[in-house]
Design a protein around this ligand. Structure first.
Ligand SMILES: C[S@@+](CC[C@H](N)C(=O)[O-])C[C@H]1O[C@@H](n2cnc3c(N)ncnc32)[C@H](O)[C@@H]1O
Length: 213
């Protein structure tokens, strides 16, 4: 897949090194030392334009958040949102989350958010879906034993695929919602994609999954 690249984005991301971590692989096992408080660590894979990570970090000062986004042209918007929120507990990584075990140590992460992940509908691209079993193996390698994965999507096929994938992996499913907005979770922080799709009247699916020990 070709990613749009804005040449000025490299400089912008470097200038904002208080938010965008420049050598993330060096932080493995010591992420909390980057933050002012040593507290639970939640990560979002495919942060997009950052509304979720900035909103969650504002709502939950008692948690440290890391948003991972591979597209430079997109992560710049997330940097702006984190800046505007004036929060200490959020950092961003401009990385392709290929193997999270290179970035995080065993038991380092408390929660992983997969928000509106690319669905990769063709069977030949199944391995790229962020809930394919090889990704689940990675998540297991970095999550605490009681850690959880929270998945939100508008894509019913990806949702069904993910439920089956979690289940085949021996994970425990919790709170499987077929219409998150109908359920009206007051804690829910919407992502940009969520606003777009729910604005069109589409249901938003959400589930939480745990690894059984
Ligand atoms: C469909 S968008 C959703 C963005 C955002 N989560 C939202 O809900 O508004 C998916 C995002 O995930 C990013 N992404 C996909 N695979 C990724 C990976 N392996 N590592 C980092 N970012 C990834 C894409 O660049 C894109 O910005």
């Amino acid at each position: 897949m070709r990613l749009r690249h804005k040449p000025w984005a490299d400089d912008y991301l470097k200038e904002n090194d208080d938010i965008v971590v420049q050598n993330p692989f060096d932080q493995k096992g010591k992420w909390n030392s980057l933050f002012s408080e040593d507290q639970p660590l939640h990560i979002e894979i495919g942060t997009g334009k950052g509304q979720f990570i900035a909103g969650m970090a504002t709502q939950h000062r008692e948690i440290n958040f890391i948003g991972i986004e591979r597209a430079k042209s997109i992560i710049v918007s997330a940097v702006e949102k984190v800046k505007q929120a004036e929060i200490e507990n959020a950092r961003l990584l401009n990385e392709n989350a290929q193997d999270l075990r290179d970035l995080f140590a065993e038991n380092e992460v408390d929660k992983i958010y997969l928000n509106f992940s690319d669905p990769w509908p063709k069977t030949k691209h199944e391995k790229r879906r962020l809930t394919y079993h090889t990704f689940l193996q990675q998540y297991k390698g970095i999550l605490k034993p009681d850690g959880e994965i929270v998945l939100k999507t508008d894509n019913r096929k990806l949702f069904e695929y993910s439920l089956v994938s979690f289940s085949k992996f021996g994970m425990i499913l919790d709170e499987v919602l077929l219409d998150l907005h109908d359920y009206q979770d007051p804690e829910n922080v919407q992502t940009e994609y969520e606003e777009k799709f729910s604005g069109k009247g589409q249901p938003i699916y959400r589930c939480k999954a745990y690894f059984s020990s």
